[in-house]
Design a protein. Structure first.
Length: 397
């Protein structure tokens, strides 16, 4: 059933990593802060004002903002802050759909008598996050998930914006077309070439015209969103559809052996998370980014679901081998691995032949050692002395 009132909140912490650093070190407040060295993981709004943005190279960021304070990431601190934020979310409403460690949709329908109007709930939510966690958070309130997210984006930083139902299109249509989900740089360029720069101009095109320009799926989606048609409900505690990890390699050329070692480390990280979550998967996905910022994706679906490190590594290695001619020609700056088509790891009928599964036993033994003594207690020899970057805090798998 569609919502006929603005009762969906999109809550998004502002410059999350950088805000945690400014919270914990008062000397950083009001100053431009960059989290990360070689690559910008987060930038405070004071640094963003100079053009610094997430995923930017560290050298460029320092040129744009030479007086910025560079701090090393503290993933454990961000993870704890995320848990604290989600405790506030869940104290506000039972209907919380997490999007990332610092961002969620909240449905407050039916809480008016208990907690007040959606606007009052949003005000209290922002105050509670500030008082209990010590961080600024922006909230957008609207009838649909799409518009609530747009509203929070417009209200940033540290703001609140409620879009009344009767003023939805008056708010949405003057905004840049880039505000619509699915309009990235390439799609935006294509629309700009057609003279379409605002959501309102996008809405004036028929669905058929957009399908002919952008393809069936994208055209239909953009047409619906331009008219604020988004029937998706807030869904609490959805299990993730894939589990993945990635590593930025920088601009320096890597040998096939080095890339292979990075791939092994990523697979090790992904499969460990899968086993901890009691999940197995069938489709292995390899993601690559090249020197020219273009990307490529390769995937393979296994005959049976698994969380075995060796099985998923062998599949990933095969996908990587097929992409090496492209890598040699275009260079490689990022490699990522994900496993999708996930299902719960529950007992199932064994397949013939009934052989002892030494790989699973080895994985279980390694997991037990790491759980008892820490992740650094045991590692593969090929990974000694190699860095896979930081393990980002994530929502529970």
């Amino acid at each position: 059933m569609s919502n006929t009132e603005a009762t969906i909140l999109h809550a998004d912490a502002d410059a999350f990593y950088a805000s945690v650093e400014q919270r914990d070190d008062p000397s950083l407040r009001g100053r431009p802060v960059i989290v990360g060295g070689g690559v910008v993981l987060a930038a405070s709004y004071e640094a963003k004002a100079h053009g610094v943005c997430t995923a930017m190279g560290g050298a460029l960021a320092r040129r744009l903002c030479p007086h910025a304070v560079i701090v090393s990431p503290r993933m454990s601190a961000y993870s704890e802050a995320s848990k604290a934020i989600y405790r506030v979310f869940e104290d506000t409403t039972p209907l919380v759909e997490g999007l990332s460690i610092d961002e969620a949709f909240l449905d407050v329908r039916g809480l008016r008598r208990l907690s007040g109007s959606p606007a009052e709930i949003a005000v209290r939510l922002r105050r509670d996050v500030r008082d209990r966690v010590g961080l600024p958070i922006t909230v957008g309130v609207a009838r649909t998930k799409f518009l609530a997210k747009v509203a929070s984006g417009v209200a940033k930083p540290d703001g609140l914006l409620v879009v009344p139902v009767e003023h939805e299109l008056a708010f949405l249509h003057p905004l840049p077309v880039e505000r619509v989900w699915g309009v990235g740089a390439i799609t935006a360029d294509r629309l700009h070439q057609l003279g379409i720069t605002t959501v309102g101009e996008l809405a004036q095109l028929s669905e058929g015209a957009l399908v002919s320009i952008l393809g069936r799926a994208t055209g239909r989606q953009l047409h619906a969103l331009a008219h604020n048609r988004d029937p998706r409900p807030v869904q609490a505690r959805r299990r993730r559809r894939s589990i993945g990890a990635q590593c930025a390699l920088g601009r320096s050329r890597r040998s096939p052996e080095e890339v292979d070692a990075v791939l092994l480390g990523l697979v090790d990280r992904v499969t460990r998370r899968m086993r901890a979550a009691g999940r197995v998967g069938r489709t292995v996905v390899l993601r690559l980014r090249f020197d020219d910022f273009s990307r490529a994706t390769r995937s393979f679906t296994l005959k049976r679901a698994t969380a075995e490190t060796q099985a998923i590594f062998d599949t990933s290695r095969g996908l990587l081998a097929g992409a090496f001619p492209m890598i040699e020609h275009r260079g490689l700056t990022l490699v990522g691995v994900a496993v999708s088509n996930l299902e719960n790891d529950i007992p199932f009928q064994l397949t013939l032949p009934f052989e002892r599964d030494d790989a699973s036993a080895l994985d279980a033994a390694v997991d037990e050692i790491r759980n008892r003594f820490g992740l650094a207690a045991i590692t593969r020899g090929v990974l000694l002395g190699r860095s896979l970057g930081w393990s980002m805090p994530l929502l529970p798998d």
